[in-house]
Design a protein around this ligand. Sequence first.
Ligand code: C2E
Ligand code: CA
Ligand code: CA
Ligand code: CA
Length: 282
Amino acid sequence: AKEQGDSIYHFYDQMIENQRSENMKLENSLRSALLTGQFSLNYQPKIDAHTGRISGAEALIRWLHPAYGFVPPDKFIPLAETSGIIMDIDEWVVTEACRQNKVWQEQGLPRFPIAVNLSARHFYQGNLIGMISRVLKKTRLDPRDLILEITEGSLIKSAEYVIKVMADLRAMGITISLDDFGTGYSSLSQLQRLPIHEMKLDRSFIQGLAHDPKKSAIVRAVIELGHHMELNIVAEGIESQEELHYLRNLKCDQFQGYLFSGPLREKEFARFVKQWNGSKWL
Ligand code: C2E
Ligand code: CA
Ligand code: CA
Ligand code: CA
């Protein structure tokens, strides 16, 4: 029995060891991906519910690995977060997104803010204010044209420090958006304490809401609550006309989802903006 036990432990050790070396490999690949330009950004339009106009774009990272092809962010962002390389990836993303927004402005596209996803780590360690100021200066983007999306579930400790950093960003003119709202477990106390401007209702609440009385009750209540707190409410993951219709009746402020467009490369996005006819959605 002892022998069998030993071999099981050996097996587990081996598994953990393999996992560890897999993670190391991925970490090294992420590092070289940054250095060799394997990352790019796609942009997904956001639509203003009241005017039908394009109200912004969310930048979403894409990794084209030379051997594995496209690796989805859900696969590498979590590991990038545990390994710390997320700090460098996010800085690259913010820089690239701000640079691109400035280019669009200079090309004469209608002005809109660009939204970037940030790991919660930035709010706990490192110098977020310094990094953002540096990027804005370098790219000459107006801080009002930048939105930072932060995942609600990741802000478990809404410490004084986090609140202070958010307040500083806000004072600079930057918009803070609480992403994936409803998926964390401290939502309401967060809402009360954090100096945010916007919340994004998680896709899981949007999909099929017209046929699900519980979902629609939650969405209705959250939108009402958000409005009382003077927050801008964005619904993400809208795929059907029916969902759109329902959310419009609930007075949601902005829409995002495949119904309008998936994430696009920069040129496609510019084309999309130019041919966009908002009146057909009003
Ligand atoms: P997220 O911030 O919640 O982004 C929304 C995700 O939903 C994106 O997936 C987007 O392509 C997808 N999506 C948009 N509309 C629809 C729709 O109508 N239906 C469905 N089914 N999906 C829709 P993506 O690009 O694969 O990103 C996944 C997650 O990875 C993001 O979730 C975000 O948490 C993270 N992520 C993406 N880019 C970055 C980045 O640059 N930095 C960081 N830190 N995280 C990122
Ligand atoms: Ca997001
Ligand atoms: Ca989200
Ligand atoms: Ca998400």
